[in-house]
Design a protein around this ligand. Structure first.
Ligand code: F6P
Length: 551
């Protein structure tokens, strides 16, 4: 970390060390216009950062931190296609995936925008031919279902979007996602699919991921059994950067949709990996999703730091994680259609920012990515929100609210919104001992009972939250929302000095799973190969599998 950055961190930390630095209520009391000044709009989204303890002074210090950490220069280097993913020597250009061709993004000699739009053209032609019945299954039937086989970024993003935007009676095809190597997932899915009407997409950037390849072989065998080996190719397509491996798997090169290594897995839903979305939702919806993301990209690329939403969200997160020491964040979408958003953000944020070494290879000096978890509201209120209201460690919350529903059940929607707003208000306001006492007394409770219950019924308040308001949930607003979080991750990577675009932490487990799988197959535990716990568990599994499971 250079001197400027060290000074900027020190300035932020000095503010956080002041008494009541985590208090929020006094900030509202002192400034009736706090909402107007801390709620910002970009595209169709409104993001309210006022229910945090970031004061004007803290914000100024945090903006100083963003400048000292070179956020703008790093952002511009990304847009120029420089290899900012230094550990993998790759550019990071998912913004090119949703930009118009005229944006002219380049990676070295390559016209990245042209490459992207050529692939989009192929994807569109394929999608429209499937919808028009020009591409059909082996028996001549139209495809009604698309099955995406992939894991991590080759599953979570598309599955989240499909869940959010798919509409019965409107969307052209049903979408299914198979990720887990646990074949119970496939067994649960299989009865719902007719092989004659199912188009199977194998989505894998590397085309070597064990889970995806095992599942692809299972599903391929299912197709072959139902339709005959010679017909399988008519039901298969792939999305990958590894064209050799897709050929070796027997997928016709005209059915392989490529993307470049400058698209990271968790940023790939906008690439060919999004083909299941184009098929399931229609090309127009997919195009609107991309355009929505580009709206947020343009904002991120051009807005000054003090009005730049991803930057401001990242600074608030740094305040929470680093200045105040909050180790987790919850995401509560108050929209059932966004049920998979927390899962997508878990990968996006924790795979990107769960790093303990800086880009320079030294140990970080500040805490990095918080634990991210979540569930849709109101369900979450009846599970982990107890801890958020009254637990020992504050957990900042992102509330995602959608103003207009796509149904006519007005009362339900009003209850949904009221609950979302009430949670955020309750976290801020809390309930003092006097208020709790008065409430119990008014209900006629005896004094002894009031005294016994009082400590349990106090809420500390001053617990932070951010509210993101979408006017409605559609392809455009969802594209904006996901891109907002992507750029927030980018900014945090710059503040913490880590590479947000590699994921070496997933490798060790993959390496060890190989030999362990062999031991499970042979029913033998290699002496001295494992720690005592792993050896003991392997032996217990071996015994529990007597006789061994039939192949
Ligand atoms: O979990 C590691 C990871 O490489 C993710 O980054 C990626 O999204 C996922 O595996 C799937 O990889 P692939 O698309 O290459 O199968």
């Amino acid at each position: 970390m250079d001197d400027d950055a060290a000074r900027a961190w020190a300035a932020v930390e000095a503010l956080a060390a002041r008494p009541r630095a985590s208090a929020i209520r006094p900030l509202f009391a002192a400034d009736p216009k706090r909402f107007e000044r801390f709620a910002h709009r970009a595209g169709d989204l409104l993001v309210d950062l006022s229910k945090t303890s970031v004061s004007d002074e803290a914000l100024a210090a945090l903006l100083g931190l963003a400048r000292a950490c070179g956020v703008e220069a790093r952002r511009d280097a990304m847009a120029r296609g420089e290899p900012i993913n230094a550990t993998e020597r790759r550019a990071v250009l998912h913004i090119a995936l949703r930009a118009p061709r005229s944006a002219g993004f380049r990676v070295g000699e390559e016209d990245a925008s042209a490459t992207v739009h050529d692939t989009l053209g192929l994807m569109r032609a394929f999608t429209e031919a499937v919808h028009a019945g020009e591409i059909r299954g082996a028996t001549g039937e139209r495809f009604t279902d698309v099955l995406n086989i992939g894991i991590g970024g080759s599953d979570l993003g598309p599955a989240m979007v499909a869940r959010a935007l798919w509409r019965e009676g409107v969307s052209p095809m049903r979408a299914h996602y198979l990720a887990n190597v646990d074949a119970h997932a496939w067994e649960a899915l299989r009865p719902r699919l007719d092989p004659a009407r199912t188009l199977v997409l194998v989505a894998s950037k590397t085309f070597t991921t064990q889970e995806t390849m095992l599942n692809a072989r299972l599903v391929r065998a299912w197709l072959a059994e139902a339709l005959g080996e010679a017909q399988v190719g008519r039901h298969l397509a792939a999305m990958s950067t590894n064209l050799e491996a897709t050929r070796a798997f027997g997928i016709d090169p005209t059915r392989v949709f490529g993307f470049r290594d400058w698209v990271g897995g968790r940023f790939s839903l906008w690439s060919a990996v999004g083909l299941s979305l184009a098929l399931a939702l229609g090309w127009g919806e997919f195009a609107r999703l991309l355009a929505g993301a580009w709206t947020m990209d343009e904002h991120f690329l051009s807005a000054p730091l003090e009005r730049n939403l991803p930057v401001l969200m990242a600074l608030v997160e740094a305040w929470h994680v680093n200045a105040l020491g909050y180790p987790a964040r919850a995401v509560l979408p108050y929209d059932e259609r966004l049920a998979r958003l927390p899962a997508h953000l878990q990968q996006l944020e924790m795979e990107s920012l769960g790093k303990r070494v800086t880009l320079a290879g030294t140990l970080v000096t500040h805490a990095t990515g918080p634990v991210v978890f979540g569930e849709p509201g109101t369900n979450a209120q009846h599970s982990f929100m107890q801890l958020v209201h009254q637990g020992t460690t504050p957990v900042p919350v992102d509330f995602v609210l959608v103003a207009r529903p796509d149904h006519t059940h007005v009362e339900n929607h009003r209850a949904l919104l009221a609950n979302g707003l009430a949670q955020a208000e309750a976290l801020l306001r809390g309930k003092s001992a006097e208020e709790a006492r008065a409430e119990m007394a008014a209900s006629g409770m005896p004094e002894a009972e009031i005294a016994r219950l009082l400590p349990h019924r106090v809420f500390p308040g001053d617990r932070p939250s951010t509210t993101i308001l979408l006017p409605r949930l559609d392809a455009a607003t969802l594209g904006q929302l996901v891109a907002l979080y992507e750029h927030k991750v980018f900014v945090l990577g710059a503040l913490w000095g880590v590479n947000a675009f590699d994921q070496w932490g997933v490798e060790l487990g993959k390496q060890l799973a190989g030999p362990i799988g062999k031991e499970l197959a042979e029913g033998k535990v290699r002496a001295g190969a494992h720690d005592g716990s792993t050896a003991g568990l392997l032996e217990a599994i071996r015994q529990a599998q007597e006789p061994p499971p039939a192949a």
